[in-house]
Design a protein around this ligand. Structure first.
Ligand code: Q46
Ligand code: ZN
Length: 315
């Protein structure tokens, strides 16, 4: 039996490969929150945070519920408010289960929550958009439509809620996959805009923060079990159609042969971001149709909406 490297008494339940530590349940729980706190503190998120509102984007999955748990825990120390926001994309066999999980955890933590329907705002669900893609009627994969629309609504609604920060549950695996995807696409601007904090480059953009940026997906899973967040372990059926899915497999294979590889690569990418941050180009304007921040005359969400509504009308 391996004992915990911190207390030296309890049985270890997890190995932290990049720190050479084995931790028991109790010490890991503490370690998890402290690591998220350290990550945000280093990025200056808590300076003058008292009285401010942090809106946590919660899908009801393990990562975002962990982010909600962490932020609620830290809110007591730093004096900020926490609310949860869930975007219901309309993905059957998946989202209905995670919505239940969010409601249960939000009630347990005493956090107010808001649920926003994509169908209500855009006139279609992601299931309907996915059907059009599989029928060859639109070119965007389900995850592309879902990602654009979710980002759009999270920013718009959290701003309307009065958020100073939008907190997301992206873990180290997610952020590393995104960085590799941006490298493959040659999108240098998106690559350097990532990291623990994504600053607002337009008055209508809410700054985004990622407390789990240095936490492995596996650590996040174990933390959600230990803290009894009771999230359903269901995966969205559209995930395997994305580029992210293949990159995830590849990075997992590399981690299996070289323990701690993902963490070291993430640190190196963040270091590059620091050095190249002076090359950031702020090119946001406002969408001619909806008035939301956009890099082009018409934002991607409006472009997708117009196209899908046209296809649906002609069907
Ligand atoms: S919910 Fe949406 Fe994910 Fe499903 S369609 Fe893709 S992006 S996989 S996190
Ligand atoms: Zn628009």
């Amino acid at each position: 039996m391996t004992l915990c490297s911190i207390c030296g008494k309890e049985k270890a339940v997890i190995k932290i490969p990049y720190e050479g530590k084995y931790l028991c349940k109790k010490c890991f729980k503490k370690y998890f929150v402290e690591k998220a706190e350290k990550t945000l503190k280093k990025a200056n998120v808590f300076s003058n945070s008292s009285g401010k509102l942090f809106v946590v984007a919660t899908s009801g999955g393990k990562d975002s519920l962990n982010a909600l748990y962490v932020m609620k825990t830290l809110s007591k120390k730093y004096g900020f408010d926490v609310e949860a926001l869930l975007i219901n994309e309309g993905i059957s066999g998946y989202r209905e289960f995670t919505i239940k999980a969010l409601i249960k955890v939000a009630n347990r933590l005493n956090v107010p929550y808001r649920i926003v329907d994509v169908k209500k705002h855009f006139g279609f669900t992601i299931d309907e958009a996915a059907k059009l893609f599989f029928e060859g009627k639109i070119e965007w994969k389900p995850c592309t439509v879902c990602g654009v629309i979710r980002r759009y609504l999270l920013n718009k609604v959290s701003r309307e809620m009065g958020a100073s920060y939008l907190v997301t549950g992206h873990n180290l695996d997610d952020d590393l996959q995104t960085a590799v995807m941006n490298l493959i696409r040659g999108d240098f601007q998106a690559l350097i805009r990532g990291g623990v904090v994504v600053k607002a480059e337009h008055p209508k953009l809410v700054p985004r923060v990622r407390p789990l940026h240095y936490i492995y997906e596996k650590e996040s899973l174990i933390h959600s079990i230990i803290t009894e967040l009771e999230t359903p372990y269901v995966e969205c059926s559209y995930a395997p159609y994305s580029l992210r899915w293949n990159i995830r497999e590849l990075l997992n294979k590399l981690e299996a042969v070289e323990s701690g590889f993902k963490y070291r690569l993430m640190v190196k990418i963040d270091d590059l971001r620091e050095r190249f941050s002076k090359y950031k180009v702020q090119k946001f304007t406002e969408c001619r149709l909806c008035g939301e921040p956009s890099a082009k005359e018409i934002c991607k969400a409006c472009e997708i909406k117009l196209r899908i509504m046209k296809v649906l009308e002609n069907a």
